[in-house]
Ligand binder design. Sequence first.
Ligand code: NDP
Length: 394
Amino acid sequence: MKGLCILGATGSIGVSTLDVAARHPHLYKIVALTANSNTELLFEQCLVHHPQHVVVVDKSKAEAFQEKISASSLADIKVWVGSEALETVATLKEVDSVMAAIVGAAGLLPSLAAAKAGKTVLLANKEALVMSGDIFMDAVTASGAHLLPIDSEHNAIFQCMPAHYKTGTDGKQVRRILLTASGGPFRELPIEQMAKVTPEQAVAHPNWDMGKKISVDSATMMNKGLEMIEACLLFNMSPDQIQVVIHPQSVIHSMVDYVDGTVLAQMGNPDMRIPIAHAMAWPERFESGAKPLNIFDVRRMDFEEPNLERFPCLRLAYKAINAGGTMPTVLNAANEIAVEAFLDKRIKFTDIPVIIERCMDTIAVSVADNLDVILDHDRQARVVAKQLIADILS
Ligand code: NDP
C-alpha cells in the first residue's frame, strides 16, 4: 500500500489522479490533498477519499473550510493553511508518491521538497522543472528519488526508452526524440486572424480537456516549447535532438528514434488517466479507466513540421534553452503573466509572445546554480511582464 499526496487535487490532473487511485484502493491510500481556493470541490473529494491531511492555500477560504470539516464526519482530517504547508504535506513520512499537479511556478517549492525527500515524484507540473532545470534534476539524483513523467508526451517517451531507463540519464543508443504536438485549435487559422482569437476559443482544445493555462499554452504552442525544455532535462538530451512533430490526431503521444533506425511510438486515446496510471503502477501496469484504442477508428495519421512564424512561442523556447542559465525561468514567468492577462481579456493572443520576448531581451541571463537566483529571476520577469502589459493598456 502506497501513500499518495496530490498537489493540485482540484485541477484537471488532480481529478484524473483521484479517479485512477479510486480504482486501486488496495494499492493506494490518499494521505494528502491540496487546493488553492476551490474548497467546494476539495470538500467533495474529502467525502469520497477521506485523506489524513488537506491544504488550502488561499487563506480567505480556509476558515470556512475548516468549520465545514469540523462540523462533518471528517473532523479527523488535519487542515493546513497557506503555501508553506504544501511542502509539509509533500514530505510527510506516510507519503511515498507525490503527484505534482499544481499549475505554474507555485508548484516549484513543494515539488522540489518532495524530490529532496526522496519521494517518487509524478511530475505533471512542467513549469517547476523548466524554471529550475538542473537544480531539480540534481535534487532527484542526490536523494535517489524516482521522477516519473506525467505529461503524455514525456510519459510516452519514457515508455519507449530502453528497459530500466532512469530519468535524467543518457538513453543508450537513442538518436533523437520525436515530440508530438496536436497543433492546438489555431493550427490552420489564417495568421492575420490570430490577433482576434478569444480566450474561449483558445481554451477549447480539439483533443484534450485540460486546465485553462495549459490550454492557452497549447494554442500558442508554448506548451510544446516548455515540453521541449522538459524533454532535454528529463532525458538528458540537447535541443537539437528533440524534433517537434505536429500530429493533429493525437494518437501517437511521442516517439524515440534509435541509432539502428528503429522508431518506437506509444499510442493511445487522448486520456490523461493513461500516463497517470502508467506512472502510478510503474514498473508494473494497471487499469486506468481509459477507453481502449480502436485502431480502426484511426483513419489516418498526419505529421507536419511546426511553423515558427505561426507559433513564435516555440521559437522563444528554443531561444531560451540555447541562452541557458536563468533564461528558461524568465520565459516561463513572462508566459504565466502574459497568459493570465490574455485570459482576463487585457491583452491580445498575439501580444503573448511579444511580451515574453521583450522580457527575455530585458533581463540579463545569469548562471542558474542556486534556488535564490531562480526565484529572483522569476520575480524580475513577472515585474517586467506586468509593466509591459501596463504599457500596452495605456
Ligand atoms: P488546473 O488549472 O486544472 O489545476 C491546477 C491546480 O493547481 C488546482 O488544484 C489549483 O487549485 C492548484 N493551484 C493553482 N494555483 C495554485 C497556487 N498558487 N498554489 C497552490 N495550488 C494552486 O491545471 P491542470 O490540472 O490542467 O494542470 C496542472 C499541471 O499539469 C500544469 O503544470 C500543466 O502544465 C500540467 N499538465 C496538465 C495536463 C492536462 O491534461 N491538464 C497534461 C499535461 C501536463 P484550485 O482548483 O483551488 O484553483
